[in-house]
Design a protein around this ligand. Structure first.
Ligand SMILES: Cc1cc2nc3c(=O)[nH]c(=O)nc-3n(C[C@H](O)[C@H](O)[C@H](O)COP(=O)(O)OP(=O)(O)OC[C@H]3O[C@@H](n4cnc5c(N)ncnc54)[C@H](O)[C@@H]3O)c2cc1C
Length: 391
């Protein structure tokens, strides 16, 4: 179907049960879920898996990503983390591809005494939320990961924070869905009265569907006809990431994800099975969409403080992408109106939230009752409704 999928003319009736706008990890995983529910799905994307999903490190961090004042996010992260092992195994089995899922613990290291105080305060919150978190000494951390240097002055171990390789996971999903992915850009959502009935593509072709799901990340805002509840709230939060190759003589440099806080700045190193390490990531709300020189300098300096051998690695890639952030950093998932749903705003947790997000997005498309545990937190109308109330 891909590039040759038929473009219907108005009046032909829907060729597709569902059109998904955007084939990032969320669009892809939701398509898989909808296929399992018996829907005919077409995805439209000019650059499948080329957005935020391409830069992501793939940390599955329901515990390390707990920060103050984000209570609505915690249950989503915990539930999605719980589903990950089964989700990754199913995608691997269906596609015959390894998706790089690793269930070993994450270490979070402190770069100085103030960072250690911060880590321990956060560990207290994580513990009170019933999450598994174990403070350890710098010596214990070094016994687990000998590449840690004297710049690590204390650590916590998070046994429930794991990792996946988002590029492998997207490649596996693309393998499964390939014939259903059409490489094109959606310019407009089309309506018949209040009901969404399809989309217009950049070349002018029109696709009709019974349901349209917007999963285009930050691209959603540029599509004509998209209601403000889906488009207006999202902001780009740029992140720089490096990929470094570990020379044979230093392998394995690390055996688990090392996160750190160095002079208040977060940094992480995620080892991959192919002998590379992902070093990330900055969080910039500026207008520089490409890789930031200052950002890269900060990352290398902070990573070296924790793992001195970072200086001996080869840089094989530098990439920047923007995270699609909502005002409260919680995704927007649900129905916007007849025939139209959204699944976006996954900010810095979209890889972790994929299994749950795919299920909630598919529920919205299928008109199922929203899961009461998460419905209010992800309600796409929560920002517009609040604004209207305060007027
Ligand atoms: C540097 C960085 C590191 C990250 N690390 C992690 C991590 O370790 N763990 C974690 O859980 N999350 C992480 N994230 C967050 C995660 O990557 C995102 O939340 C997630 O990828 C969002 O997925 P998505 O499918 O919604 O968006 P995207 O991956 O951005 O996909 C959107 C897709 O829509 C397409 N599109 C856009 N406009 C249109 C249009 N008009 N028509 C058709 N298609 C369109 C794009 O081409 C793109 O393929 C990280 C993000 C960044 C930037």
């Amino acid at each position: 179907m891909p590039d040759h999928a038929p473009a219907t003319a108005p009046g032909d009736g829907p060729d597709h049960d569902v059109i998904i706008v955007g084939a990032g990890i969320i669009g892809l995983a939701t398509a898989r879920e909808l296929l399992a529910r018996g829907r005919r799905v077409t995805l439209v994307d000019p650059d499948p898996a080329g957005g935020a999903s391409r830069a992501a490190a793939g940390m599955l961090a329901p515990v390390a990503e707990v920060v103050w004042d984000q209570a609505p996010l915690y249950p989503l992260m915990v539930e999605s983390g719980r589903r990950y092992r089964g989700f990754a195994a199913a995608v691997a089995a269906e596609s015959g591809r390894d998706v790089g899922y690793l269930a070993n613990a994450t270490l979070v290291c402190a770069g100085d005494a103030a960072d250690r105080r911060h880590l321990l305060e956060l560990a207290g919150l994580q513990s009170r939320l019933g999450m598994a978190v174990q403070p350890i000494t710098a010596g214990q951390a070094r016994r687990l990961e000998p590449a840690l240097g004297p710049g690590c002055v204390g650590a916590v171990s998070l046994p429930e924070d794991h990792q996946v390789d988002p590029r492998r996971l997207c490649a596996a999903l693309l393998d499964l869905l390939g014939p259903r992915v059409r490489r094109d850009r959606v310019t407009e959502v089309l309506f018949d009265g209040e009901r969404a009935v399809g989309v217009r593509l950049a070349g002018g072709a029109v696709l009709h569907a019974a349901e349209v799901l917007l999963a285009a990340g930050l691209g959603t805002a540029g599509i004509a006809g998209v209601p403000a509840a889906a488009a207006a709230p999202l902001r780009p939060v740029h992140g720089d990431v490096l990929r470094l190759r570990v020379p044979e003589r230093l392998r394995p440099l690390l055996t688990r994800t090392i996160r750190g806080v160095v002079h208040g700045r977060p940094v992480y190193l995620v080892p991959r099975a192919d002998g590379t390490v992902v070093l990330g990531a900055t969080s910039r709300e500026d207008d520089l969409a490409g890789v930031s020189a200052g950002g890269v300098a900060d990352l290398l300096r902070d990573a070296r403080r924790l793992v001195p051998a970072v200086a001996d690695l080869e840089i094989v890639e530098m990439i920047a992408r923007a995270r699609p952030g909502s005002p409260d950093d919680v995704p927007v998932i649900g129905r916007l109106g007849p025939g139209l749903s959204v699944s976006g705003g996954y900010f810095r947790h979209g890889i972790l939230l994929t299994p749950l997000g795919a299920a909630l997005g598919a529920d919205a498309v299928c008109g199922a009752d929203p899961d009461p545990r998460f419905a209010a937190a992800v309600d796409p109308n929560r920002f517009t409704t609040r604004r209207n109330r305060s007027r």
